[in-house]
Design a protein around this ligand. Structure first.
Ligand SMILES: Nc1ncnc2c1ncn2[C@@H]1O[C@H](COP(=O)(O)OP(=O)(O)OP(=O)(O)O)[C@@H](O)[C@H]1O
Length: 198
């Protein structure tokens, strides 16, 4: 279980628990602070408060180890090499997910720039999924995708949730929030969250 208690970052101040195998949809107007919140939970930006995974404080482990367990995925993932497969420790193991999300099976040696925005978004998701994190913090993970590709992503994440992964899923689409989330957190301009059921 992820426990967030008194997390403070700029105007944001939130507390909540996220159970194993639970998906919460995170909503709110553009600029309200959804990305700030997700990045803070992953400890990518300075923030205050208590964040624990199964009772273990994030301060108890090196930041990279925390981020491997509590993984933030940006809507536009970053790339540190020109070549697609260089971003994977085991490209052959990633191939089935790559193909499942509709990317060409021979794209491993391609330059990243050859991929479309939506293809890069799906590749970033595969890269995150390969970590087998306990918690996925997905920042508008289908924002660049057509409805069929978005459905493929939703189905894949649903499988991970069913096997115990916890997810916070930021989305501007109300219907998607209701489909994926067992709870919905609406971020308010004052930096709090209002919880509801879909
Ligand atoms: N380091 C910072 N210092 C001050 N303000 C910041 C900083 N980083 C982000 N902000 C501001 O905080 C606000 C929240 O940004 P955030 O990216 O979290 O919004 P969001 O809800 O994810 O929006 P969108 O739906 O458009 O992605 C924005 O107004 C942004 O400019």
């Amino acid at each position: 279980m992820l426990t967030v208690s008194g997390l403070k970052r700029l105007h944001i101040f939130v507390s909540f628990d996220l159970q194993d195998g639970e998906c919460v949809a995170l909503q709110g107007p553009s600029g309200v602070g959804k990305t700030l919140l997700l990045r803070s939970i992953a400890d990518l930006d300075p923030n205050e408060g208590t964040v624990k995974l199964d009772g273990t404080l994030r301060e108890a482990m090196p930041a990279p180890a925390w981020r491997k367990q509590v993984t933030y995925l940006a809507a536009e993932p970053g790339w540190w090499s020109d070549i697609v497969q260089d971003h994977f420790a085991a490209w052959d193991d990633a191939l089935s997910l790559v193909v499942r999300l509709g990317l060409p099976g021979d794209c491993g040696p391609w330059p990243i720039q050859r991929l479309s925005t939506g293809e890069r978004q799906r590749l970033g998701l595969v890269r995150a999924l390969m970590l087998r994190s306990r918690v996925l913090l997905l920042d508008e993970p289908t924002s660049a995708l057509d409805s069929a590709s978005a459905a493929a992503v939703e189905a894949l994440i649903a499988e991970r949730i069913a096997s115990g992964t916890s997810v916070i899923w930021s989305t501007h689409h109300d219907a998607q929030a209701r489909r994926v989330g067992s709870r919905i957190f609406a971020m308010r301009p004052d930096g709090g969250i209002k919880e509801s059921r879909p």
